[in-house]
Design a binder for this molecule. Structure first.
Ligand SMILES: [Zn+2]
Length: 205
């Protein structure tokens, strides 16, 4: 089997983990041994989602929590027999992940990587930028903007006031398109994810 790296990138609520689960399911149906790698401190639903979607499927697969996203430990954690390696929440892994993905591809494995492309400040998140560069294929998936409810979203807009890069919890973010992000950033509004609140703020002069 020819090695391959596919990156699925996008903002929160864009369906990255769902797409990853679909690709894993496809591999399992073909009888390929799969290992799913997730950072152990990720509290998002993605691990459970992947688990729940795949639990009923036949085939060899396992989920490996990687403590603190420390990719340097992957030597001990990755099954040499796994022909498909699926990495979820890749933005939380350290930079060693890039070299591991290259190595796995050179070994002839299929590498599937899902993660946030940008943090809430429009900066590349973790090693995602490099991973997108070295990938054979990059797919960007998008949520619908929760403010205008028309355009594709492009960023996870933080609703809380913390300024550190990582604040875990879906309730702390909403997906916005470029225009709405500019508008909200300029205004500094934190309206929450309830769409009815956007209209209220819209009407405020
Ligand atoms: Zn919008």
């Amino acid at each position: 089997m020819a090695g391959y790296i596919k990156v699925i990138a996008g903002e929160m609520f864009s369906g990255k983990s769902t797409e990853l689960a679909r690709l894993v399911e496809r591999a399992l149906i073909a009888g390929l041994p799969v290992q799913v790698l997730v950072p152990a401190f990720s509290h998002r639903g993605s691990v459970r989602d992947v688990d729940g979607r795949l639990a009923a499927l036949p085939g060899q697969w396992s989920i490996v929590p990687v403590p603190d996203g420390a990719a340097e430990r992957l030597d001990q954690l990755v099954d040499p027999g796994a022909l498909v390696l699926a990495v979820d929440e890749a933005q939380f892994f350290d930079a060693h992940l890039v070299d591991y993905c290259r190595r796995w591809r050179a070994e002839g494995r299929q590498v599937l990587v899902a993660g946030l492309d940008m943090d809430y400040r429009e900066q590349p998140f973790g090693a995602m930028g490099e991973l997108m560069c070295i990938a054979n294929e990059v797919v960007k998936v998008h949520a619908v903007c929760t403010r205008c409810r028309q355009a594709d979203a492009f960023i996870s807009h933080r609703l809380s006031d913390e300024s550190v890069q990582v604040v875990v919890g879906e309730h702390n973010y909403t997906a916005l398109c470029c225009d709405c992000y500019q508008a909200e950033t300029a205004r500094g509004a934190k309206p929450g994810r309830d769409p009815s609140r956007w209209d209220t703020l819209e009407a405020t002069p």
